[in-house]
Design a protein around this ligand. Sequence first.
Ligand code: NAP
Ligand code: GDD
Length: 347
Amino acid sequence: MSGPRRRALVTGITGQDGSYLAELLIEKDYEVHGLIRRSSSINTRRIDHLYQDPHASDRRLILHYGDMSDSTRLNRLIDEVRPQEVYNLAAQSHVKVSFEAPEYTGDVDGLGTMRLLDAIHHCDPAIRFYQASTSEMFGNVPPPQSEDSGFRPRSPYGASKVYAYWMTVNYREAYGLFACNGILFNHESPRRGETFVTRKITQAVARILAGKQDAVYLGNLDAKRDWGYAPDYVRAMWLMMQEAEPLDLVFASGETHTVREFAELAFAAVGRNWESHVRVDPAYLRPTEVDALQGDFSKARRLLGWEPSVSFPELVRIMVEADLRAEGLKPEEVMVRPTGGPAVASR
Ligand code: NAP
Ligand code: GDD
């Protein structure tokens, strides 16, 4: 016979990762509580398929208003919900925006993490805590980056996340909390925000095919990233929280590709030449850039048995296909078959 249903609190539940994590936890029979921000228009699009009316019995998804800048709310929420696991995914997560809003980014991404850790420490130190740390913390440390690499952040976002990383370690060492850092390299999906470069490109491919635009304006095409598929990475978060001891682990694909290569593959998937449609606009350059990321996830593979399940070309095709559908186009009619593979990559 199974025990009482486990409760998890997910901050950032309306984001890309939050939505996949909520799906995974519900599938694993958790009662999932999510922190959402009040806004004048509803922005729960990514989790609408999981939504349940507050009057329904046996609810599996329960949403609470709040904000990472509001410690009184976070304290009360931890006390009211009394989750066994807290996944802290909420963040101002856009690197370029962090140069425009450094104070806000530091408040939400850095201090916000400390507020949550402190709420747990005072309410119930048995609550397990996952921090959404990032490869952006490595900054200009040369690849491959692993748990043994130092941090040389190159953005207010990266610096805020370094603070959050060390506060997570500190609450673990000082108070014995089960507090762990997942150091995740870039991960994408059809739910990726439209202003991140992968989604910006795949959405543009679809809109160009639909005749709605002719070009897409990008910044640095030479930047190299280690791109994986988001559902693989939320599985990593959950795995870390089931371990006997809290760890800090890198999750990545182990490969690196330029923004140019991503664009080339995305346009090639519909038989177009990327150079005919991609233009460079310096407005999208960053004051300081992270030039090259490539993660070494051998420790996670060894300890957790974690492996990414989607290759780089598959990821590009999954995203192009989803954006074509969103534009009302039929991928099987417009996508070019990759050598040896199926015309569409549906997941
Ligand atoms: P995302 O799509 O931008 O989602 C961010 C989430 O945080 C959204 O739910 C957002 O709410 C919420 N949020 C923002 N500011 C908040 C505030 N002040 N109070 C409460 N909630 C707030 O990000 P993601 O790609 O899912 O990433 C999830 C986490 O992993 C983030 O912490 C990110 O920094 C980190 N990370 C991401 C990657 C990646 O490649 N995706 C890699 C490493 C680490 P709204 O919907 O209301 O905006
Ligand atoms: N956003 C964006 N828009 N990036 C562009 C563009 C553009 O038009 N043109 C080129 N790029 C380059 C950026 O300069 C960067 O080198 C790369 O594309 C990836 O940019 P993003 O997709 O915005 O992601 P990111 O790597 O800066 O940050 C993402 O990954 C981090 C993990 O490494 C975010 O998800 C962060 O929250 C996450 O921590």
